[in-house]
Design a protein around this ligand. Structure first.
Ligand SMILES: [Fe+2]
Length: 250
């Protein structure tokens, strides 16, 4: 009889390890981002944030077990604790299973405005709220599933990474003819939020699946190009169409 291979113990959030400094940094980041997003974020993001109150608030770092209860009840999502960036195939695999990756560490006081690697503020405050929105949550799951299905096709994976970048990370939306933000890279960054509205060189194009899949992106500078959706159903429809297109490809 063969012995089953040992499985790695899942990483967990050590909530008791957060220091008074972590609480202070969390509060500073959250308060200033709430102020910036009041007029900048799309209505759906703000509604989801409200639904997560007081689990997600300026008062304390978020407890993942509490977030998970609400996320799972809503659309079956939960948080997968990770140490840092995952290989793209693992990342898409988790998304396809309705699991979103998050770090548990928090930036220090000298990194309030810029980070090279995503911390818990980016992963949770930026990404998690919209998993309470059905269309957004289904879009992310389907994008992950396409990544799993086409894992061996480098070109398709690059196209999916671009789609992820210009939506989940840096997506914007036109709401009542105003540009509103929903991408986590914007929602978790005061400088990115301000930049969209203050830099005249910023280009905002209407969402276009084919254009996005051909568009390279930069990760080490502020974004100069954004794609604006009308609503989250447009995102789900796009990924649904892509699945049909790729399924029927020879
Ligand atoms: Fe992110």
């Amino acid at each position: 009889m063969s012995t089953p291979a040992p499985t790695a113990t899942p990483l967990r959030q050590d909530y008791a390890a957060y220091t008074p400094t972590d609480y202070r940094i969390w509060r500073t980041l959250t308060q200033r981002q709430l102020a910036a997003l009041k007029s900048a974020a799309c209505a759906e993001y703000l509604e989801c944030l409200q639904q997560l109150y007081p689990i997600l608030s300026a008062d304390h770092p978020p407890r993942f077990s509490d977030l998970n209860r609400t996320l799972t009840e809503a659309h079956g999502w939960s948080i997968e604790v990770v140490k840092g960036f995952l290989p793209v195939d693992e990342f898409f695999d988790l998304l396809s299973k309705r699991r979103f990756c998050s770090s548990t560490w928090l930036r220090n006081e000298n990194q309030l405005d810029y980070l090279e690697e995503p911390d818990m503020f980016h992963d949770i405050f930026g990404h998690i709220p919209l998993y309470l929105n059905k269309d957004y949550a289904n879009f992310a799951q389907k994008l992950g599933a396409l990544g799993v299905k086409h894992a061996a096709n480098e070109e398709k994976i690059t196209q999916l990474q671009r789609l992820y970048w210009f939506t989940i990370e840096f997506g914007v939306m036109r709401q009542d003819s105003e540009v509103k933000v929903y991408g986590a890279g914007i929602c978790s960054s005061t400088s990115e939020t301000k930049h969209i509205y203050s830099d005249n060189a910023v280009v905002i194009k209407p969402f276009d699946l084919d254009a996005i899949m051909q568009q390279d992106f930069v990760i080490d500078k502020v974004q100069m190009l954004y794609f604006a959706i009308r609503d989250f159903s447009e995102l789900f429809a796009a990924v649904d169409e892509l699945a049909t297109r790729w399924n029927s490809a020879p």
